[in-house]
Design a protein around this ligand. Structure first.
Ligand SMILES: [Zn+2]
Length: 599
């Protein structure tokens, strides 16, 4: 099971998709997709928003609509993966642009369909939903129709979509290309001379034992963002303004409404989640003070948060990390482990950092008909092991929900992080159980707490910053200084007097790609983390009987709204104490750590 990650096997194999950016099959698929889109339009346009709509016709249209998109996703997945693995070759960028344009054209042909679906009379639709073939799409239809009030005419929607290419999407692309092009001259630990490194490698050094090195690495990374402050703030300004204009055009009551509709969350629930998080900021500060003591520091800087507790930070060769994660998954459920193992045997994972490669980590699951892929930037620390568990958790979720249709394949957004964070929790407990050295145990527990702090408290800071910046952008153009100030203020609320931020951290907002790619996504991490802590506690209480319920939850994908997905577990999101219970679990972990260090 522990195949070594050599230069050869550490790269993913995209050949099952296409043979290269110039593969004639890709070109042919794009052309066929465009043709199918045109005939779909010819067959169904004007027949959906009609009093004479029958269940036969609607069923056929829904099936054709799904089938055509499943077909058209393949070139898009391929182009995105190719670009993510290496954004430098012109032909990779060219293919991505080409596929995006093709999608946009297909999207235009198909646009009428969802708009007509929105117009179908409520009573007629209820009648048609009695047909099982239509009912298979029930959740998709009900989600779509929540947008009913905010949708504009087909002509306007078409123009908006077309202008997005040179508007919103162009700024997203600019941000991606600019940040992916960053190279840094830095003397890596143990090296004699400075060499060219990526931003990911610099951020990886935040886990290095050398305090000065950590600060230098983050400073260099952030200063580059400061140098590009004009361009980066232009991207933020335009994307935020674009959103503000969209809110006006569609008459959303609030800037977060589209997110709530997409997430199927209630504004009050999310606000409560954030308030409870803020009420527990003290837990994070408590941890930072403990860590300061363990590190023997006079002053705790934000570059010290991820410092290893021992001078010899444990390194995990990739083969060991792979075995660890698969064993932890197997201890929970062999089915879970088998799904994760397939990423290695089918070479659907790209492991090591490389120039031009996209930063961070992700799992791309775009269609139930196409196997998901995982991208990592593995450097070998404990955090990277957690990231591997995280992304494989996503991967398992996608694999288990592959029997859902395209529209029910992905989990509702607040559940998007459930399987990933649960996977991490399994690995943490597995590591703690097999470890004999109390010092390493302390390190594992500390890493878990740091991770929880990063996925709850830090995400709350990110969301508050994003909200504040969007609000202010509705009033006026923001300069880089505004973004820096808002960022600093929100972070200061969390850190209080427990942590001192280094001055260049003012630019910490400028590299968070969530602000660019998926607006207000960050609260989903808090939701996901607290939900997982609660699910994990149930697993501890119920043992084996919990496992099938959990697998069933993953297999349901996005076929039901969040509240209904949680029903089998007896979880009610509206209960005021639900979120606090999650933080009580965090407090228990902190107490466990304090016990180990003899506090
Ligand atoms: Zn994730």
């Amino acid at each position: 099971m522990s195949k070594a990650a050599t230069a050869d096997t550490a790269k993913w194999d995209l050949a099952p998709l296409y043979n290269g950016p110039g593969d004639p099959a890709l070109e042919a698929d794009l052309a066929a997709a465009a043709k199918r889109a045109r005939s779909f339009r010819r067959d169904f346009r004007g027949r959906i928003a009609s009093d004479r709509l029958t269940s036969d016709l609607l069923r056929a249209a829904l099936a054709a609509f799904e089938e055509l998109q499943r077909f058209a996703i393949k070139p898009s997945l391929y182009a995105q993966l190719l670009f993510a693995a290496d954004s430098t070759p012109v032909r990779h960028r060219g293919l991505l642009a080409k596929v995006r344009e093709a999608w946009s054209a297909i999207g235009e042909e198909l646009l009428f369909f969802e708009l007509e679906l929105l117009k179908v009379d409520e009573e007629l639709l209820a009648e048609l939903l009695k047909d099982p073939g239509v009912a298979a799409y029930a959740h998709y239809l009900s989600r779509l129709r929540t947008h009913r009030r905010y949708t504009l005419s087909e002509e306007v929607e078409k123009v908006l979509k077309r202008k997005d290419l040179t508007g919103r999407e162009a700024f997203v692309q600019l941000f991606e290309e600019l940040t992916a092009s960053f190279r840094f001259q830095f003397r890596m630990p143990g090296a004699e001379e400075p060499s060219e490194v990526t931003g990911e490698e610099l951020l990886g050094l935040l886990h290095h034992p050398d305090r000065q090195l950590r600060e230098e690495a983050l400073t260099l990374f952030l200063n580059r963002h400061a140098e590009q402050g004009l361009t980066l703030s232009a991207c933020f300004n335009n994307l935020f303004l674009d959103h503000s204009k969209e809110v006006e055009l569609r008459r959303y009551p609030d800037i977060m409404t589209p997110t709530h509709l997409a997430n199927e969350t209630e504004p009050a629930m999310v606000e409560r989640l954030m308030e409870v998080t803020e009420a527990n900021y003290g837990l994070a500060r408590d941890y930072f003070r403990l860590k300061k003591k363990l590190l023997g520091l006079e002053e705790m800087k934000n570059t010290d948060i991820y410092a290893p507790l021992q001078q010899t930070a444990r390194q995990f060769p990739f083969a060991e990390a792979q075995a660890l994660v698969l064993d932890a998954f197997r201890g929970f459920s062999p089915q879970l482990a088998d799904c994760a193992a397939a990423f290695f045997t089918e070479r659907r994972i790209d492991v090591l950092p490389a120039p031009g490669k996209s930063g961070g980590a992700f799992c791309a699951g775009m269609s139930p008909g196409l196997s998901p892929y995982v991208l990592l930037n593995y450097t070998g620390n404990l955090r990277d092991v957690a990231t591997l568990a995280h992304e494989l958790g996503h991967g398992v979720h996608f694999s288990l929900s592959r029997n859902q249709n395209l529209f029910h394949y992905q989990a509702p957004l607040p559940f998007a992080e459930t399987a990933s964070v649960f996977g991490e929790m399994l690995v943490t407990r597995h590591l703690l159980e097999r470890e004999r050295d109390p010092q390493v145990k302390i390190e594992i527990l500390a890493a878990k707490l740091e991770d929880i702090i990063a996925t709850t408290f830090r995400q709350n800071v990110l969301t508050r910053f994003e909200l504040a910046a969007h609000q202010l952008r509705r009033e006026r153009l923001l300069d880089a200084e505004d973004f820096c100030r808002l960022w600093w203020e929100e972070n200061a609320r969390l850190f209080g007097d427990a942590v001192t931020m280094i001055e260049p951290y003012r630019w910490g907002w400028a590299y968070i790609s969530h602000f660019i790619h998926s607006r207000f996504y960050c609260y989903s991490y808090i939701f996901g983390e607290l939900l997982v802590l609660s699910l994990y506690r149930r697993y501890q209480e119920q043992g084996a009987s919990f496992v099938p319920k959990y697998l069933e939850l993953l297999a349901k994908g996005g076929s039901e709204p969040p509240a209904r997905l949680l029903k089998p577990f007896g979880i009610h999101l509206t209960r005021p104490d639900f979120w606090q219970k999650g933080y009580d679990f965090v407090a228990d972990l902190l107490a466990e750590l304090k016990g180990l260090v003899g506090e």
